[in-house]
Write a new protein. Sequence first.
Length: 202
Amino acid sequence: MKKAENHLKKLSISAVLREVYDIEEKINVPKSSVEKMFPDDSEVGSWSPIIAARVHAISYATVSTSCKSKEAIEKAINAIALWIRKKEVVRVVGAGRALLSAAIPANRLAHAGCHTVIWDNVNPLPSIARGGGLLASSASGKTGSVLEMMRMAQKGKKILVLGLANHSAVEFASLCDIFVPLHIDEGNYLNPLVALADTGEY
């Protein structure tokens, strides 16, 4: 954590711009489109290093996960494409912010023709006998209610379980047919403004 705090002191919007551009340049994103993402340091004032650190932490997590979980992400894309082609029943489970984030792709799946049901602790999910898929989301991978739903889905072996959680979530991963591990380095990349939205569970 000390290393992360020292890193925060050195950050500014312009510094992050350079680092983000180094990443985006490799995938052919024009520099002008990256620069539009941020105001000048003078416009942000004292918030500049805090916002910069947050952008830096999220950028690192996104790129790190994309690189380290490339094979799993490709499998997930193929599974989702199959759900859409077959107009499958897709159950979406999570808790708190993780469920809210999972609801975004759930919305797109519904638009694409899937029968998408978001778990709300009130209405029951479609029967396991109907097959289809289960999209499970948990920042920590330790949310008890989510793990229980995953165990139930695995009983009939008719549902493909696609899960996203921290890469260290061993039990969560064991309950997935496809596990996309998220790589967040909170030791070296401090993520301030956690009251607004964070990248983990505490």
